[in-house]
Design a protein around this ligand. Structure first.
Ligand code: SF4
Ligand code: SF4
Length: 467
């Protein structure tokens, strides 16, 4: 696109407001030139937004971080709606396993032998190395909203997990952890990392009931760890992490529900979520308590303070804020921005999953051996020059859906991979209508939470988060 046109768009922005131009953003962009125009508008929104947010009283570094993320979500929405194969937007939902291992063997989990045998899972053990995480967070952190530090492993097995969270908080991401707590860890370091939310997986009020599902877990250690987390929050007068005890309801433990509520009151966690278990067909001995409704019990006086950890914002944020989005497509082949339509899978446009071995997966499916499909979309990390989110498997996956719903009817040619390479599992997946684990709901909640000046009204939030 001509530089003159970009200047005109930026000039026009000077005469209107952040919200006004947000409303003017087109939904359809046909081809690279129109996409460049869209990006120039986003650049203008970023600049107009900064002026207005500073006037509204937001700290400059926070305003830049928020606007960089909003720009990314607007571009992501546009690229999703136009079914682009190549993305300059980054995922807003990150899922990272600090550890691939777990000392427990819950039925239905890949750490259970029966599951491993039946599913032939390809899940090598390992702990996430700091260098791999650092490259990852530098690349994707500036644009992320939510980072889940769990998927298929016990995150507290990795002693670097609090450091990973602290780094993520420097990009103003909302962070969550899910743990079985049946391990030794530094509770104080974890609380001081700034982690926002923790799921504590404890399905029993006694050792006997607990161990029926959490096989290999140590109940006394788990309860002790809950107490240590609460004590660390109190010691530092911290409101976070929000401690959510998750209790999966089975026939063998449902009589303990009231006892668990009393224990939660006494220990000082924030809440107990009584939930239905996941698929337990793996173990016929386990019977879900189907006659009981899921509920969340809020503890009236949780053990916590009032402060929050204020993170030090990464120096990358102001530098990235100065880069123009429109410049990021200058050298990209125009054909990659052809507008297409049809059904697709949102995971491919919103999320990125990385295991503790630095393998990039498009969603939460466990890779399988000898399946004939490719589950791992990139292995080369996010070190400079690498672009896992646009790996050949990612691009193939996005192209595949376009071909299925549109190009096939037009006589188009199905995408092909180099000889000897297996197609991504997406071609056989039945789950494309499923919502990504981190979805619009989380994005909206994140923006509301982060926008402490209440700059974004409901209508603007709709424009950003409704894809
Ligand atoms: S605690 Fe979680 S990761 Fe560990 S075996 Fe159980 S379900 Fe799997
Ligand atoms: S199509 Fe299926 S396998 Fe592919 S990313 Fe979506 S949910 Fe995962």
């Amino acid at each position: 696109m001509a530089e003159r046109l970009i200047k005109e768009i930026l000039q026009a922005f000077k005469r209107t407001s952040f919200t006004g131009f947000l409303r003017e953003l087109p939904v359809r962009v046909s081809g690279k030139d129109e996409f460049a125009g869209f990006l120039a508008q986003v650049d203008g929104i970023q600049q107009a937004g900064l002026t207005e947010m500073l006037k509204a009283g937001m700290r400059e570094e926070n305003a830049k971080a928020l606007l960089l993320k909003i720009s990314n979500y607007l571009i992501g929405k546009c690229q999703y709606q136009n079914r682009h194969e190549y993305l300059i937007s980054s995922p807003y939902g990150l899922i990272v396993d600090p550890s691939n291992g777990c000392p427990l063997h819950c039925p239905g989990c890949l750490h259970n032998n029966l599951f491993r045998q039946k599913m032939s899972s390809d899940w090598p053990s390992g702990l996430l190395e700091p260098k791999i995480f650092q490259d990852y967070i530098e690349k994707y952190g500036p644009y992320s909203a939510t980072i889940l530090f769990y998927n298929w492993g016990e995150p507290l097995l990795n002693k670097h997990t609090p450091d990973f969270i602290r780094l993520a908080k420097g990009y103003l991401a909302e962070t969550s952890l899910s743990s079985n707590l049946s391990t030794q860890f530094d509770a104080e370091a974890l609380v001081l990392s700034g982690v926002d939310y923790m799921i504590l997986s404890v399905d029993g009020a006694t050792k006997e009931t607990y161990e029926q599902y959490r096989q290999g877990g140590q109940f006394d250690l788990v309860v002790d760890n809950m107490r240590r987390l609460v004590a660390a929050k109190k010691k530092h007068n911290l409101l976070t992490p929000h401690l959510s005890w998750q209790f999966l309801m089975f026939e063998h433990n449902k009589h303990e529900i009231e006892t668990v509520k009393r224990m939660a009151d006494e220990i000082g966690v924030n809440e107990v979520r009584f939930a239905q278990p996941y698929d337990v067909i793996w173990d016929p001995e386990l019977q879900p308590a189907k006659d009981i409704e899921a509920e969340t019990y809020s503890v009236a006086a949780p053990g916590c303070g009032t402060d929050r950890i204020v993170p030090e914002i990464s120096a990358f944020i102001p530098a990235l804020f100065e880069e123009r989005w429109v410049d990021r497509i200058v050298d990209v082949e125009p054909g990659l921005f052809t507008r297409r339509a049809g059904s697709t899978c949102k995971w491919l446009y919103t999320s990125l999953v990385m295991d503790a071995r630095g393998r990039y997966l498009p969603c939460c499916y466990v890779p399988r051996k000898n399946s004939g499909f490719q589950y791992v979309f990139a292995e080369n990390g996010a070190a400079s020059g690498n672009d896992p989110y646009n790996s050949e498997y990612y691009r193939f996956g996005r192209k595949h859906f376009v071909w299925l719903s549109e190009l096939r009817n037009e006589g188009g040619i199905a995408p092909v991979l180099a000889a000897g390479k297996s197609a991504p599992y997406c071609v056989a997946c039945q789950d494309t209508v499923g919502k990504p684990l981190i979805n619009e709901f989380h994005l909206r909640r994140y923006l509301q939470e982060f926008d402490n000046c209440k700059f974004l009204d409901d209508a603007v939030l709709d424009l950003i988060t409704e894809w």
